[in-house]
Ligand binder design. Structure first.
Ligand code: SAH
Ligand code: SF4
Ligand code: F3S
Length: 455
């Protein structure tokens, strides 16, 4: 088989990271090996994100950068959410793009590549592009290879996809399509294969992961809490996480799983977007500020050390100073270990873009800075409180230099360490010595996992 080079660039959310990995898995049997640069690659895939205007612009500027070194043999594909949202428009703006596909059709990549190669070899020229942005009746999950090419200590499994919620700012329901939950057994088997190959931590992914309602082995419908209980029986699985959740779908079974299932970590990313009921209403979030705060209270009753994270949008149409103050107050009330905050970006095709009372850019900029300052103070304080403590850290990444490893605490804090590379993949106790708003540093004190293995 002819060896070929594949370069994939991933933009956007964890779901795209998972999808990029699966595309590499699909292409491996065709002889494609991953490389680090688009230059000289036989196939380049940009796995794109459409969530905000900036994300979309980045794709076009990267296309412009690739164009000069696109030679006769290179096949250039735009996959992901921009592919889905813009379709043929991409080939109009960038006629040198060979393939455009959406997130639901990447199991058909081999056929698309074969078609693109045929028209390349016939020198059909611009307009010869292959477009596949359907929402097919078959689920791509049933057509993906069993094996994952690369398996690290911390892995993702997509268990749910799509969204039926239609928040008025968001493109996801249009780019990913309707909600779908994979059957329990398929997820269990994927998890088992990953653990057999060294995975210690699994993060279950979905655009609305806690809306999961998959078919159980006995044909019933299981929620996310029940699914995690089932997965926790897998020997060798040390940690379970899930993201992203919606406040409307936080049921009791899921909340108590943080208390009752040892592998379920004391961390939850639960986006609230705004602290103002008025704005939550116009965003069509279908929950109130009180509902959100009640969930946090319940979670902390079950699990007092629960760390919280959220997404925020500032400057949604109609957001007044008072609405924004409500958001700041909610942040003060909850206390976030991590957070992502964005200026509202109007997206064509969403109701928010048509609302009349758009907030001026300078106001958004000023509000974002104030919100981020408050959030940073909280992250810093939470991290500083860890100094002097000994925390369990899963060493899941290699540092830039030899002798450095990176890991995560149960509360998803990043930890930087000097440690020998044989500890990669181990869960070790680390005495925390220094903290910043984004990370911790410390020293390994015991090596439980490694000791157990050699015992
Ligand atoms: N399903 C998740 C979020 C998916 S999108 C949820 O329901 O919370 C990830 C984040 O991007 C969102 O939480 C939101 O904060 C942000 N986002 C989405 N659309 C946006 C827009 N038009 N402008 C700015 N931020 C946006
Ligand atoms: Fe977007 Fe809302 Fe669906 Fe999340 S719940 S993906 S923010 S529409
Ligand atoms: Fe972006 Fe699509 Fe994810 S729009 S955030 S890549 S679901």
């Amino acid at each position: 088989m002819i060896q070929k080079n594949l370069y994939i660039k991933t933009y956007g959310c964890q779901m795209n990271v998972y999808d990029s990995g699966r595309m590499a898995d699909i292409l491996k049997p065709l002889g494609y090996t991953l490389v680090e640069s688009s230059e000289g690659a036989d196939l380049v895939i940009l796995n794109t994100c459409h969530i905000r205007e900036k994300a979309e612009e980045k794709v076009y500027s990267d296309l412009g950068r690739i164009r000069p070194h696109k030679d006769d043999k290179m096949i250039l594909a735009v996959a992901g959410c921009v592919g889905q949202a813009e379709g043929a428009e991409i080939m109009r703006r960038a006629p040198y793009v060979d393939i455009v596909l959406g997130p639901q059709t990447y199991h058909r990549l081999p056929e698309m590549i074969a078609r693109a190669e045929r028209s390349r070899d016939k020198k059909e020229g611009p307009g010869r592009g292959v477009l596949d942005v359907e929402f097919p009746v078959e689920s791509k999950f049933d057509h993906l290879p069993e094996d994952h090419t690369e398996v690290g200590p911390s892995v993702y499994i997509a268990i749910q996809e799509g969204c039926d919620k239609f928040c008025t700012f968001c493109v996801v329901p249009y780019t990913r399509g309707a909600e779908y939950s994979r059957p329990v057994q398929a997820i269990f088997e994927e998890a088992k294969r990953l653990i057999d190959r060294g995975a210690k931590e699994i993060t279950l992914l979905g655009q609305n992961v806690n809306a999961y309602h998959g078919e159980s082995p006995q044909g019933q419908e299981w929620g996310l809490g029940r699914l995690m209980e089932h997965l926790s029986s897998l020997k060798g699985l040390l940690r379970l996480r899930y993201m992203t959740s919606h406040p409307r779908d936080m049921d009791e079974e899921l909340m108590v799983s943080h208390r009752d299932i040892p592998q379920v970590m004391p961390f939850l990313h639960l986006p609230v977007q705004s602290g103002s009921d008025r704005i939550l209403e116009t965003m069509n979030r279908k929950h109130t500020r009180k509902h959100y705060l009640d969930i946090i209270e319940k979670l902390r009753n079950h699990r007092p050390d629960m760390a919280l994270s959220s997404d925020f949008i500032v400057g949604f149409p109609g957001e007044t100073d008072q609405d924004f103050e409500d958001t700041l107050n909610l942040v003060r009330e909850v206390g976030y270990a991590q957070a992502y905050s964005f200026k509202y970006s109007p997206r064509i095709g969403t109701p928010g873009a048509l609302m009349e009372n758009q907030v001026p850019e300078e106001v958004k900029t000023e509000r974002l800075a104030r919100l981020q300052e408050l959030l940073n103070t909280q992250h810093q304080a939470i991290n500083e409180a860890c100094v002097g403590q000994t925390l369990s850290v899963l060493l899941d990444r290699r540092g830039k230099q030899e002798g450095q490893l990176l890991g995560k605490t149960p509360w998803l804090q990043s930890v930087h360490l000097d440690a020998p590379s044989r500890l990669f993949g181990a869960c070790v106790d680390v005495k925390i010595e220094k903290a910043s708003a984004n990370s911790l540093t410390g020293t390994v004190v015991t090596v439980e996992d490694v000791l157990k293995r050699s015992a």
